[in-house]
Each structure stands twice: as structure tokens, then as C-alpha cells.
Design a protein around this ligand. Structure first.
Ligand SMILES: *Cc1c(COP(=O)(O)O)cnc(C)c1O
Length: 364
């Protein structure tokens, strides 16, 4: 069976270096904050071309703390994609604001400035684009639209470590960019982790304080914060993995390029990339009305696939209270019915890629 993603193989490839990093952090005596966290924050800020990086507990926390630092809350609206992982919406709801869904165009998984513009209202405070599947959204256009309307841009970059748009790294465009280091992400820890990057020192300071009980000086609390900090052991692991991220992303890009050309003539919708975008292929997602049959065929052929995501946020039970109905966001609903993620990962061999391609072709 070709696994969808082999996290154990990813660990084994760097076992010696990772074990050393874990041991070093364990022996350091710093178990919250300290030099491992600072070193990773500096390295990741540099990598994303951002002035500041603040480590936090998870990607969801990164999004929530970003919104809180911008004083977004009850009565405010935040524009989100209708098609995304639910964490994007949950962050907006967590601060008491209302998610305003915008549909991507069919055949693209991303929302554009043009799609967003008609949904801006007097209550809109921020636009929250998601670089879904590692495909970078058009940040220059979205930032220009936000500026025109006096809105903040909070990016969900949980799937886009290393992606660029017009040569500029994701992480340096919006007011705050939120990252997840969940193990399956392009840059993943050996557990939960997250970060925000920003060019704004005031926002960086506020986010650090909010994630540390609302306190900059121990036992003096300036606001109602939470406890959400990047663990030093995870930071040590991430600093090792960051050195390999570009090579891993290049491998993902090579696999995606093989898929794109091998499937070009098949009756499936392939992921498209915007002009200027350099994607990092967190996932390789195709769209087909024969999704169930194709998935079954691939399982029988020894290829593991997944669905990202089977239920759109607006139809989740958790969002019943918003009163959104089936049929309201047809693109998101169609994606939920038709998307299929093929295996892609830096540890995948050429043989496994070839086998996956043959298996897909055999179906048609
Ligand atoms: C993974 C992910 C998150 C949440 O990150 P966690 O670290 O799991 O909290 C948010 N948004 C998107 C698009 C994600 O893929």
C-alpha cells in the first residue's frame, strides 16, 4: 500500500539530527521559552521574509491570537473562503466575530480580490485568505483591496510553508500570517505547534503577551490572555526540519509536475495555479464527479487517498446556529462531493509516483 503520507519515514530520514535536537532541549533546563524557541523564531522570520515571528501552541491559536491582537470581536465580520479547513472559520467564531464566506471559482481552490470585493460591508474588519493545499493566493491584489477599504489581512498559511507569490514569500504580505506546525504540514513538529509572522512590532508584542496569560512581566497581567506557547522541544525539532524544507518542497513540486502532465488528458479537474504563484503542494487535490468510484479503485490498486474536506464549514453541525442551508455555497458543496487528494510527500519514491499515475490512468 502506498501511504497517503509517511510521517514515520520523514522522522527516520532525519532521526539522528532530530534525536540530538530533542536531547539538547531536554538537557537545557529551558522547558518553556528560552534559546531553542528564540532561535527557531529568528530562523523562521528570516525564512518567511518577516520582521517578527512569535511561536504559539497551534495553528488555530495563531489565527485566534492574530484576530484578538487586531481587536476583532463581537459585531465584526471577517471574510473567509467557503472552502477551507474549519479552523479558519473557528478562529473567527472564537473571537465572537462572524465569518462571511466567499466562494472560490470552480476549478480554483482560492478566493480572489475580485470574488471578495462584493462581500465587503461596513462591518467588515478583515480578510482572511487561505493558501489552501499550498497554493498561494494572490496577495498583492488582496492586500491592495484591503488597503482600499481600510481592512486588515490575516492569512491562514497553515498549508503554505515556503510558497511564494511574485517571488515574495508567503509570511511577509498581510498584517499577520498564521502558521501551523501540525505534524502533517509541510513544516511539521513532532506534536502540536504554531506561529505568527508579521512586519509589525506592536502586533508581535501583543500576540506574545496574549499567548502568555496577557502578561509581559511575570505575574502582572495587562489583559485577559491565554496560555499558548511554542514548546522548546518542538522548536528544536522545527529548527532542524526548516533546513530541509526547500528540498522537501522541491520534491513535492516535482511530483506535482509529474501528476499534472500525466493527467492532462483525463476527464478530471486538475489543480490550477495563479500567474506569479509558486505553490508548495501541501496536498495534490483533483476534482471529479466520479470521486467515490475513483477512490475505491485506487484503494484496490494499493494507493491511499484522502478527502480534504468531506463537509464544508457552513454545513457542519457546529455552524447550525448560522442558519446556512444546503445550496447556499454551491462551489464549496461541490468540492466536498468531488475532491480527492492523491499521495504527495517528500518521502514518496519515483516508483510510488509512477504506480499512482498508472492506477489513476487505469480507471479511465
Ligand atoms: C492545519 C490547519 C489549521 C490549524 O492548525 P492546527 O495547528 O492544527 O491548529 C488551520 N488552517 C488550515 C488551513 C489548516 O490546514
Amino acid at each position: 500500500m502506498i501511504p497517503f503520507l509517511d510521517l514515520k519515514a520523514a522522522y527516520q530520514a532525519l532521526a539522528k539530527e532530530l534525536d540530538e535536537a530533542v536531547l539538547r532541549a531536554s538537557r537545557s533546563g529551558w522547558y518553556i521559552g528560552g534559546p531553542e524557541v528564540e532561535a527557531f523564531e529568528t530562523a523562521f522570520a528570516q525564512y518567511t521574509h518577516a520582521q517578527h515571528c512569535v511561536g504559539v501552541g497551534t495553528g488555530l491559536d495563531a489565527l485566534i491570537l492574530a484576530l484578538r491582537a487586531l481587536d476583532i470581536g463581537a459585531g465584526d465580520e471577517v471574510i473567509v473562503p467557503s472552502h477551507t479547513f474549519i479552523a479558519t472559520w473557528l478562529a473567527v467564531s472564537a473571537v465572537g466575530a462572524t465569518p462571511i464566506p466567499v466562494e472560490p471559482k470552480l476549478g480554483s481552490y482560492l478566493i480572489t480580490a475580485q470574488d471578495i470585493a462584493p462581500h465587503i460591508s461596513p462591518r467588515t474588519k478583515a480578510i482572511m485568505p487561505v493558501h489552501l493545499y499550498g497554493l498561494p493566493a494572490d496577495m498583492p491584489a488582496i492586500c491592495a483591496l484591503a488597503k482600499q477599504h481600510g481592512l486588515y489581512v490575516v492569512e491562514d498559511a497553515a498549508q503554505a510553508h515556503g510558497a511564494t507569490f511574485d517571488g515574495q514569500r508567503i509570511g511577509s504580505h498581510g498584517d499577520v500570517v498564521a502558521w501551523s506546525f501540525y505534524p502533517g504540514k509541510n513544516l511539521g513538529a513532532l506534536g502540536d505547534g504554531g506561529a505568527v509572522t508579521t512586519q509589525n512590532p506592536t502586533l508581535a508584542k501583543r500576540i506574545r503577551q496574549l499567548g502568555n496569560y496577557g502578561s509581559a512581566i511575570k505575574y502582572y497581567n495587562e489583559e485577559l490572555g491565554v496560555n499558548s506557547r511554542l514548546d522548546p522541544i518542538q522548536a528544536a525539532v522545527l529548527a532542524v526540519k526548516l533546513k530541509y524544507l526547500d528540498a522537501w518542497n522541491a520534491r513535492r513540486q516535482a511530483i506535482a509536475a509529474r501528476y499534472q502532465s500525466a493527467f492532462a488528458d483525463l476527464p478530471i479537474v486538475l489543480p490550477s495555479t495563479l500567474k506569479g504563484a509558486n505553490p508548495v503542494w501541501h496536498l495534490y487535490v483533483i476534482t471529479t464527479p466520479q470521486r467515490e468510484a475513483l477512490q475505491q479503485h485506487l484503494t484496490q490498486s494499493g494507493v491511499q487517498t484522502l478527502i480534504h474536506y468531506p463537509v464544508p464549514p457552513h454545513l457542519q453541525q457546529a455552524y447550525q446556529s448560522l442558519g446556512m442551508t444546503n445550496g447556499q455555497y454551491p462551489v464549496a458543496e461541490q468540492y466536498a462531493q468531488q475532491v480527492l487528494s492523491l499521495p504527495i510527500g517528500p518521502q514518496m519514491s519515483d516508483e510510488e509516483v509512477a504506480h499512482t499515475i498508472e492506477a489513476v490512468k487505469n480507471f479511465y
